[in-house]
Design a protein around this ligand. Structure first.
Ligand SMILES: N[C@@H](CCC(=O)N[C@@H](CS)C(=O)NCC(=O)O)C(=O)O
Length: 120
């Protein structure tokens, strides 16, 4: 199937793009311009009412939340993540959710730090 990834450069959508490349999925990209606040546009809010990037459009409808997208893709394509009956799935799930929750927070703090101090 053909996916459509709504993305912005250098943000959470990058990991989705890497994963799509990794599994050699067919996809198109749609840039959401954060400078124009396009993530708050009603058309985008219809895909993700939280107004956050990324969103992946699929045959099952639009999916938001990076961990949910990664897990859905891994399940659909049966690759890169232990399947439901595999006893390593618990191990994978805890690290997936830890990584997405805390590493994205760390990345956000680095970006904020750079914005505040970089040009001083
Ligand atoms: N929990 C969400 C977080 C997504 C998120 O925070 N995206 C940021 C970019 S990295 C965003 O869309 N920010 C736009 C805004 O806050 O208006 C996920 O994992 O997908």
């Amino acid at each position: 199937m053909n996916y459509k990834l709504h993305y912005a450069p250098d943000n959470a959508s990058l990991i989705i793009r890497i994963f799509l490349e990794e599994i050699e999925a067919k996809y198109t990209c749609n840039l959401i311009d954060r400078k124009q606040n396009n993530q708050k546009d009603p058309n985008y809010l219809a895909l993700n009412p939280n107004g956050l990037i990324p969103v992946l459009e699929t045959n099952d409808g639009p999916i938001f939340e990076t961990a949910a997208i990664l897990l859905w893709l891994a399940d659909q394509h049966k690759c890169n993540f232990p399947e439901i009956e595999n006893n390593k799935r618990a191990y994978g799930l805890k690290w997936l959710f830890f990584f997405i929750q805390y590493c994205s927070l760390i990345a956000a703090n680095i970006i904020l730090f750079r914005k505040i101090y970089w040009h001083k």
